[in-house]
Design a binder for this molecule. Structure first.
Ligand SMILES: Nc1ncnc2c1ncn2[C@@H]1O[C@H](COP(=O)(O)OP(=O)(O)O)[C@@H](O)[C@H]1O
Ligand SMILES: [Mg+2]
Length: 392
């Protein structure tokens, strides 16, 4: 209650401090509006020492707000695709989302061309930098912690898919978008950003290098977006968490480079347990670990229809829903995509079913079959060959 009234007071204060927005702020509630000056001070003039990351959408700085709270300040690099009012409406929707496994958006800055998002700062960085970060972190991820990570991420995603109205398809579930608080509780970041950023940047084509291994084939090739594309990425991610390795590692022997291929082969040979991270020193629950890997395979099946809903995944992970009775079909594989397009010239022609306006439907609901065709990633397949080892 105290906290709510604080937020409300603060946002009303903010609005009264920004008469230049005029009617743009009418109807916008509970969004903190930060001035550019305030964020410059918080980040020490966006100093390189405070820079904590650089992603496809811009740079992220650590900062301390006036009330002493630490924040992650994300400076969007592209000019906004929309006016202040539309931008703030989206921000309001995102700021209203509260869940233990989702990063909290505090507010934003919309001065002139600046579009900056201010998030809760997470102490323990991302799964990409820690668990998958090649020894750059001293955090030990016990089996118990990994279980907590998988279930927490699944709950956060189920919330976005099934509780939030309108539903949100994340579109970029990957290890660097899973942030960790001081207790290693996972928090999904970057949800709801699709409408804030120009369509040309929201698609994978510009950001494919580190993300391709998470992309559902139907989305990568045809731009068909449903919640099931998130299921695919989630499936890859839990296999990474159990195995402690990135989805793609070109330094491994060819047959082991792609984690899904490897998982499928081991599944067929009934040797899934060989995939479990050796860093655990054998300290894990074998039945549970193999179940989690199977769930990863269930989520990454080539046909989106065969992938379960996120709430069912939560039940499977928690052991409340049987997994052994499910017939698992082969995953959609990245190497198959490469075979498909090897040597192909980028095709820049618009497709017949290409969405006419820029893609703006991260929050579409999808019944089992409803899909959104985005501006299909026609040029991206050539970029496949820039793939590194799945890390960024
Ligand atoms: N709220 C946050 N708290 C702590 N670190 C963050 C936060 N948000 C982002 N970061 C760091 O900044 C990096 C870049 O973030 P981002 O711009 O979202 O790009 P990406 O998700 O592609 O890595 C992240 O990988 C993470 O290390
Ligand atoms: Mg991110």
């Amino acid at each position: 209650m105290t906290c709510l009234s604080f937020l409300r007071r603060r946002s009303l204060d903010s609005i009264s401090r920004h008469p230049e927005f005029g009617d743009d702020l009418a109807g916008i509630r509970n969004v903190n509006i930060y001035t550019y000056k305030e964020l410059r001070i918080a980040t020490n003039d966006f100093s390189p020492e405070n820079k904590i990351g650089e992603g496809g959408f811009g740079s992220v700085y650590k900062g301390q707000l006036r009330d002493g709270q630490m924040a992650a300040v994300k400076v969007l690099s592209a000019e906004s695709r929309q006016g202040v009012k539309e931008f703030l409406t989206e921000i309001q929707m995102i700021s209203e989302i509260n869940h233990e496994n989702l990063v909290k958006l505090y507010g934003c800055c919309v001065e002139g061309k600046h579009r900056i998002l201010v998030y809760n700062y997470l102490e323990n960085n991302s799964l990409a930098r820690t668990l998958l970060g090649r020894g750059h972190s001293d955090i030990y991820f016990s089996w118990r912690t990994r279980v907590k990570l998988c279930i927490g991420i699944a709950r956060g995603l189920a919330y976005l898919h099934e509780e939030v109205r309108p539903h949100i398809i994340h579109r970029d579930i990957k290890a660097s978008n899973i942030l960790l608080d001081k207790d290693l509780t996972p928090k999904i970041s970057d949800f709801g950003l699709a409408k804030l950023i120009p369509a040309s940047m929201t698609h994978v084509s510009t950001r494919v290098a580190g993300t391709l291994g998470y992309l559902a084939p139907e989305y990568a090739v045809r731009g068909q977006l449903t919640r099931k594309a998130d299921l695919y990425s989630f499936g890859v991610l839990i296999i990474e968490i159990v195995s402690g390795r990135c989805n793609t590692n070109t330094r491994l022997p060819p047959e082991e480079q792609y984690i899904l291929e490897r998982t499928w082969k081991l599944y067929e040979r009934r040797e899934l347990v060989l995939l479990v991270d050796t860093a655990l020193g054998g300290e894990f629950d074998v039945e549970q670990a193999c179940r989690f890997l199977k769930i990863g395979l269930i989520c990454t099946q080539d046909s989106p229809k065969l992938r379960p809903s996120m709430s069912n995944v939560v039940r499977m992970l928690a052991g409340e829903k049987d997994v052994d009775g499910i017939t698992i079909t082969k995953p959609g594989l990245i190497s198959d995509l490469m075979d498909l397009k090897v040597g192909g010239e980028p095709d820049s022609k618009p497709r017949p079913n290409q969405a006419s306006s820029s893609y703006n439907s991260s929050s579409l609901g999808d019944s089992e079959n409803t899909t959104t065709t985005t501006s299909a990633p026609s040029t991206q397949i050539n970029t496949v060959f820039t793939i590194s080892d799945g890390r960024n």
